[in-house]
Design a protein around this ligand. Sequence first.
Ligand code: FMN
Length: 448
Amino acid sequence: MARKVECLYCGQKFTRTQYSEHLEMEHTDEYVKLVERIKSALQIGDDIKYIATNNNITEAFVKKIEKQLMTFIKEDTTSYSPKNSNIKLLWEPENFKLETTTVWSFPDRGNWATHSGKYRGNWSPFIPRNIILRYSKEGETVLDQFVGSGTTLIETKLLKRKGIGVDINPEAVKLTKSNTSFEKKDSGEVEVHVGDARNLEFIKDESIDLKWKIFVIIAVIILLSAITFIILLHLYNNRNEGREVAMQAKEYKLSKPIKRGNMSLEEAIAGRRSIRTYSEEKISEKDISQLLWAAQGITDEESGFRTAPSAGALYPLEIYAAVAMVDGIEPGLYKYNPLNHSLLLKKSGDIREEIYNASLWQDSIKDAAAVIIYCAVFKRTYYRYRNRAAQYVYIETGHSAQNVYLQAEALNLGTVAIGAFDNKGLKKVLELPDEEEPVYLMPVGKRE
Ligand SMILES: Cc1cc2nc3c(=O)[nH]c(=O)nc-3n(C[C@H](O)[C@H](O)[C@H](O)COP(=O)(O)O)c2cc1C
């Protein structure tokens, strides 16, 4: 008899064939997440059997999703090709004025941010913009029970509100997720669920109650300890810098990158070589600052555009630095935060040996002053570019890595691009979140 699996959400037991059907019928939101998970796994080349076993479903079900993915992709590629991408520099309507009368008329449909008129039945983004600005404040929660293509939630995010969206149609939810997945400094957060607008209880639990609880906890802590209060206040003040910053106790602001060096671009290109042995000298804080800036630094404050190109400006790369011998920065694993040009401490200590073990024992890792680690969140690009996502992410990694190569050359440092490592092992060493995958390593050090 086939082994039964227990539903993670209600505890009932099913065969693997029945399980996916049960999720679709009874736990739609989880079902959509499962399908997305399978698609992402297929995108990054995971084996069908592995995906099926990992998710307690049949291989036939994974193949069905693969087939859907391929059909969807064929239809999707033209409208979401980079040429037609509607990600624009424009984050808000030009010369916008809040409506002051009861008669509203908007001759332009509005095409800023990710708004698009392609989805039938969506309303002009000028309408939610006016309503949100008039009836809510920054940081407040906006609920949209019928997300459609996400017009209201795009505005919610742009106007620094928290958005909760619901729609009974999984395709609408998918489209909304895609349209609200843009990265903009100081924007709000948006979450979207498949669900019935007549039953909103679960939304309350996940949002308003949670928010309320946070404030209660903060109030109690303030009463208990003045020191804790100062720390919390500091975290609270930094809340718009993103969860990463708020949760990190240690943030190193890196020195300002220079824009003019001692070597011409042509000389750097001509001199670039992969260098795998380094001296035991420390590199400077300025060196690591410059290298990380070359990798993913922001070069246009207004748009948030960076040193390396990115399909749809979706920026799927997350850069880490395993610091070992950098003057002024204590050894540890850090995440680079392009928004502040800073390093966020993930864990203390020199982890070169662990990276070396997960990277087929390549000596360049062990001897480096620091290792720049490229990780990627594939789904950021996948939401928009579907079957082209994986290739776009790898291409972007190459663009960025070449910047690091050339910058290292200009600083008279050595580096090498490393693609040979054990993904799972490295992920464990770096304690990466599920959604991040390691893609490239670049040890750097002083030349011998
Ligand atoms: C995708 C990719 C993966 C690579 N992986 C490694 C690696 O795991 N270890 C290594 O020492 N070099 C690695 N390299 C560097 C190549 O060996 C190097 O670029 C090649 O020998 C040419 O030398 P050059 O970079 O000095 O021109 C990799 C290069 C690329 C583009």
